[in-house]
Write a protein that binds this ligand. Structure first.
Ligand SMILES: Cc1ncc(COP(=O)(O)O)c(C=O)c1O
Length: 374
């Protein structure tokens, strides 16, 4: 087995909402949530019911045949952009690959592709070229599409008529949890429109309500031509979606495809999750609980906390010390979190996290930081 993920030595056997239990019976508040994919918490009854009923119908329906669930999901997703067209796939990196292919085919002859410093867009070869961190790219450098990585401040001035596409995360996740501010969102949008460059919003981590609106970019004046989604869309089942403005056209003939994209089981769960965003007001609730969690962490007044950055339920706590030992100690104390760069502890709470879960995590963080201070 590849050792690429290291391993935390934890076997999870059960879970409900924001809490999971390991094989020894110990409970954890799970703010790691399958790297943000369990956005609705574990075993959400509505999603479980959707999955169970879909499992008793055909598990796979070829993309060229009609599936009611897939059509329903396509319709829901197409409402995100004007005359939205939709391509369904199985992961975030695939959603970015599709976005990249589309953007390059919509702007033939243009040679520049731009992404931001600190960006994370995935690990397949196209997406990897867009990802900033050289550690992820180094080995394959010479085989990657040339991408210009610019700071967000420099981006509007750098976009020109040779620019085919600009990729932006409304809130950078993996790169350290940096929300893009509204002024920059609007400036990047204006520059793309003026130059005719395709603006791609990577909403894989920030989207589907996590940051308080279905697309986080809507809060910062981003008007993307293409949106990439994944992670929480099917509550933790593998999914990816690329949505684009219909006026731009389509893939060239034979230009793309996927065996499993739009799988009826996944599409049924994703459609149920879309329903929950409306019926349970989850995006609005993400804003409320995000503010509550931020105030709990700020109230710790720990000298080891440099900054708390968040949009809704996408959280980064930048420390003055390394994040990994803190994350290990949090796990000992029954809290699962992840890092976002060397000194940022990232929390990705699900919509269904309760006040008591946020209080427990803030308390565990407080104890951990106090221990470290000694
Ligand atoms: C913003 C962003 N883009 C792309 C990806 C890649 O998604 P996946 O791991 O599903 O391929 C991720 C994953 O963390 C992400 O956060």
């Amino acid at each position: 087995m590849s050792n690429i993920y290291g391993g935390r030595g934890l076997e999870i056997v059960a879970g409900a909402g924001a809490v999971v239990r390991d094989a020894e019976g110990k409970s954890y508040v799970d703010f790691l949530c399958g790297n943000g994919s369990a956005l609705f918490g574990h075993c959400h009854p509505v999603l479980t019911e959707a999955a169970q009923s879909a499992l008793s119908a055909p598990w796979t329906i070829s993309p060229s045949l009609v599936s009611t669930a897939r059509d329903g999901l396509r319709r829901a997703l197409s409402s995100l952009l004007p005359k939205g067209r939709v391509f369904l796939c199985n992961s975030g990196t695939e959603a970015i690959e599709a976005a990249l292919k589309l953007a390059l085919s919509f702007r033939p002859g243009r040679k520049r592709v731009m992404a931001l410093r600190r960006a994370f867009h995935g690990r397949t070869m196209g997406a990897l070229a867009l990802t900033f961190n050289p550690q992820y790219r180094r080995t394959w450098w010479e085989f990657l599409l040339p991408v210009q990585h610019v700071s967000v401040e420099d981006a509007p001035g750098a976009i020109d008529e040779q620019t085919a596409a600009v990729f932006v995360e409304p809130v950078q996740g993996e790169g350290g949890v940096f929300p893009l501010d509204a002024e920059m969102g609007a400036a990047v949008t204006r520059a793309c429109k003026a130059a005719g460059a395709i603006l791609v919003a990577d909403e894989i981590q920030s989207g589907w309500g996590r940051c308080g609106t279905v697309l986080a970019g809507s809060q910062i004046g981003l008007d993307p031509d293409i949106v990439a989604l994944a992670k929480g869309v099917a509550g933790g089942l593998p999914v990816g979606a690329t949505v684009w403005k219909g006026e731009l056209g389509d893939f060239p003939s034979k230009g793309h495809g996927s065996t499993y994209g739009g799988n009826p089981v996944i599409a049924s769960v994703a459609l149920a999750s879309w329903g929950l965003l409306q019926s349970e007001r989850y995006p609005a609730r993400a804003l409320e609980s995000g503010d509550l969690f931020a105030s709990l962490i700020e109230d710790l007044k720990s000298p080891l906390v440099r900054e708390v950055r968040h949009r809704g339920l996408l959280f980064g706590v930048e420390l003055t010390v390394k994040a990994d030992p803190v994350i290990r100690e949090l796990q000992e104390k029954g809290v699962l979190a992840l890092s976002a760069g060397p000194q940022v502890v990232r929390f990705l709470p699900p919509f269904t996290a309760e006040k008591e879960n946020f209080v427990a995590v803030a308390k565990a963080l407080d104890e951990t930081l106090c221990q470290l201070k000694k």
